[in-house]
Design a protein around this ligand. Structure first.
Ligand SMILES: [Zn+2]
Ligand SMILES: [Zn+2]
Length: 366
């Protein structure tokens, strides 16, 4: 059953090999059993896509990347789903097996044999994509596709705050929180933390003033890190003073310094996708013991279809005014996706100082 029939090809950005991206026409998807076809309205570029595209981290080739997306349902498989036609939806990218032990606990993000749009399966750097109906959540009234596409990374940040017990109001004895890294997840995490805990003193540290300037809340302290110094000065001046330190960069050196920055008995949240091995000197391991620090990991986000989860909570926050697209620095056409990926990679490897915080692809913009 189709709302509109579009003839012709499904333009897609295809990763053919590490560093090799091309724009190709693929066959238009049709919904398989239990699937719906989405006209992709917007798709975020995740930093993991940079590793997939340029650091041989792709699961296989060829691959269409893109796991942060929202769009409009234009065709459905089952007659029963006809009411979904025309609905704007966000899409949970993980396809659980529903059979393993974590799946039976509904901890789908920990599924041990999952599929994933944009990684193990083709994703949304394309105009149209067939996805499982279970994975779609309608966007609340007033939330547009550009914000809806960012449900996934916002839910990841919210999940991190959940791990600290700081997402549902109440400070739980926490007075000072440091977030290292003003990338998209750090920035949106700081904003949500402010929404749920107005009394907490929040500090955000980054090397990039442009990123820090995107913090709208005047009560949030911004610390500009000197390019060659890393966290040294902050550690010297404020080490041991934060109740909670959140790592949101992925740099191993920052993971290490969180141990010095947190107060005795404090908590550290490791959230960034770590980029290389982490060497922990004996003195720092000793510090973890002596300070009795709790180091928490956080991974992905919870999703349970229409039942309450990080995803439904994220959409509620957006319905109440959270606009994550304000942290998007670049909206680009599909044909410009390879170029923005290259620029993001050059920035990541230090070749340029481009101020790209977050890029979002708009596949139907000409
Ligand atoms: Zn991602
Ligand atoms: Zn499973």
């Amino acid at each position: 059953m189709r709302l509109k029939i579009k003839e012709g090809q499904n333009t897609s950005i295809v990763l053919r090999a590490s560093g090799k991206l091309s724009m190709e026409g693929r066959v238009m998807p049709i919904p398989g059993p239990g699937e719906v076809v989405i006209k992709i309205g917007a798709c975020g570029v995740c930093s993991s896509d940079i590793s997939r595209a340029f650091k041989k981290k792709a699961y296989h080739y060829p691959l269409v990347m893109g796991h942060e997306f929202a769009g409009e349902i234009i065709s459905v498989d089952a007659e029963d789903d006809a009411a979904l036609l025309g609905k704007q939806v966000a899409v949970f990218p993980l396809l659980p097996c529903f059979q393993c032990e974590p799946c039976l606990r509904e901890a789908y993000a920990q599924c041990i044999q999952y599929h994933y749009y944009g990684s193990r399966n083709d994703g949304a750097y394309t105009k149209y994509l067939a996805v499982r109906q279970w994975n779609v959540l309608p966007l609340p009234v007033g939330v547009d596709l550009r914000d809806g596409a960012l449900t996934e990374p916002v839910a990841v940040a919210l999940h991190g705050l959940n791990r600290l017990g700081l997402s549902g109001g109440g400070n739980r004895g926490v007075e000072r929180v440091l977030i290292v890294g003003a990338g998209f997840i750090g920035l949106v995490g700081a904003e949500m933390l402010r929404m749920s805990c107005p009394d907490i003193a929040i500090t955000v540290a980054d090397r990039n003033q442009y990123k820090l300037d995107l913090i709208a809340d005047p009560a949030t302290e911004r610390v500009l890190l000197e390019p060659n110094q890393g966290l040294e000065r902050l550690v010297t001046e404020r080490g041991g003073q934060f109740d909670v330190v959140i790592e949101a960069t992925g740099a191993p050196s920052v993971f290490r310094e969180t141990i010095r920055l947190v107060r005795p008995g404090g908590r550290v949240l490791w959230m960034g996708n770590i980029e290389a091995d982490l060497l922990l000197p004996q003195a720092l391991v000793s510090m973890i013991l002596r300070k009795e620090i709790s180091i928490l990991g956080t991974w992905n986000s919870s999703y349970a279809g229409r039942a309450p989860s990080d995803w439904t909570r994220t959409l509620e926050l957006m319905a109440n005014g959270l606009r994550p697209s304000r942290y998007v620095s670049d909206f680009v056409r599909l044909e410009d996706a390879p170029d923005i990926l290259r620029r993001l990679n050059e920035r990541k490897t230090g070749k340029t100082k481009d101020n790209i915080i977050k890029a979002v692809i708009l596949p139907h913009h000409e």
